[in-house]
Design a protein around this ligand. Structure first.
Ligand code: AHG
Ligand code: MN
Ligand code: MN
Length: 335
């Protein structure tokens, strides 16, 4: 039997062939994707050895979100920054873990792209060996390349995203990527350190009745969200529920098997909990490219423009029918 290495399409080959199709491409975008791949392979290796490498637990610090920083949060944050800052492709890196933008240091070329990331999503699951991941979105800067980026480059609308993806560190490491035309999944073969195309052109399956939400918060939701979830639980409705508590893992399952993920506003989190730039934007870009939808309960996520780096948002994301239905319920309750 031929090995995957002999006949598979590597991520590098995929990047090369995709960017060749764009004659205006300068090569900076390919570099960016290659450096993302390098950083995610480094993080994947560290995640797999976390218990042995003394990487479990917190650093003792609290981040800008008011959450304890896990050692792996910090490792992933630094690894992505180190992999990207010198490569000449980014002007700024925006991270869930950092209060302000990280501008490319002056000794390096300040490139064309703005990189926004949740370096490690699902960090409360690290110590229990459940799946975690890195989520990212890429914007093109508006100001000229070579100079320091400004706030107009940083706070762009979701409609300005040029690429997005995530890497899930689970039973295997998988990178899911889109530049707008299709969503593709690549599985890391750790024996050769390469990502191979394993899920070409992912489309959301339409007939799945699966919802993901933290039902422990039911009493804190608005009545229309309570009703929608309660209606899923009747015998006739026949829905299933799955919730891991790592957005990246819940989203990945729904992308492959179909379903809808909800993180509504609540009395505890009136603006929602998830972050617009680092969580909602990238996954909304991916879900739409796979035939799905993402709203904040009223409007399309990608039509939003952040007012601040760490804005939060309610999120309803997945198959079009359930997202449309919940959004319609919430909209009519607001009238
Ligand atoms: P992070 O680990 O990056 O702070 O994100 C945690 C998020 C997300 O992964 C998940 O969907 C959500 O928090 C879970 O929140 P609850 O525990 O409130 O359900
Ligand atoms: Mn997160
Ligand atoms: Mn995180």
């Amino acid at each position: 039997m031929r090995s995957q290495f002999e006949e598979g399409i590597t991520l590098d080959r995929f990047i090369y062939e995709t960017t060749q199709a764009h004659p205006e491409s300068t090569g900076r975008f390919s570099t960016l994707l290659r450096q993302i791949s390098l950083a995610s392979r480094l993080v994947s290796a560290r995640v797999n050895r976390a218990g042995l490498a003394g990487m479990l637990g917190t650093t003792g610090e609290v981040n800008v979100q008011g959450e304890f920083v896990q050692k792996l949060d910090e490792y992933a944050n630094n690894t992505f920054k180190r992999a990207l800052e010198h490569a000449g492709c980014v002007a700024a890196i925006l991270s869930e873990e950092d209060e302000g933008p990280y501008f490319t240091p002056e000794r390096f070329h300040s490139g064309r792209y703005i990189f926004a990331m949740d370096p490690l999503d699902g960090s409360s699951n690290i110590d229990v060996n459940a799946s975690i991941g890195t989520i990212f979105a890429v914007f093109r800067r508006r100001s000229p390349e070579g100079s320091r980026a400004d706030m107009g480059d940083i706070l762009q609308s979701g409609n300005d995203i040029v690429a997005a993806g995530y890497v899930i560190y689970g039973s295997g490491t998988v990178m899911v990527l889109s530049t707008g035309a299709g969503v593709h999944g690549f599985t890391l073969d750790p024996s050769v350190g390469e990502f191979f195309l394993s899920h070409p052109d992912i489309r959301l399956s339409s007939d799945t009745r699966m919802y993901s939400v933290n039902e422990g918060y039911t009493a804190t939701w608005t009545p229309e969200v309570q009703k929608w979830v309660a209606d899923r639980k009747t015998l006739e409705a026949g829905w299933k529920q799955r919730y891991i508590g790592s957005l990246v893992a819940d989203f990945h399952r729904n992308l492959i098997k179909g379903g809808v993920f909800l993180y509504p506003r609540s009395s505890a989190n009136p603006k929602g909990k998830l972050r617009l730039m680092y969580e909602a934007f990238p996954l909304a870009f991916l879900v739409e490219a796979a035939g799905g939808r993402a709203t904040n309960g009223h409007d399309r996520i990608l039509d939003q423009t952040p007012g601040g780096l760490h804005d939060r948002t309610p999120l309803f994301i997945g198959n079009p029918d359930p997202v449309d239905e919940i959004t319609a319920l919430i909209r009519s309750a607001a009238q």
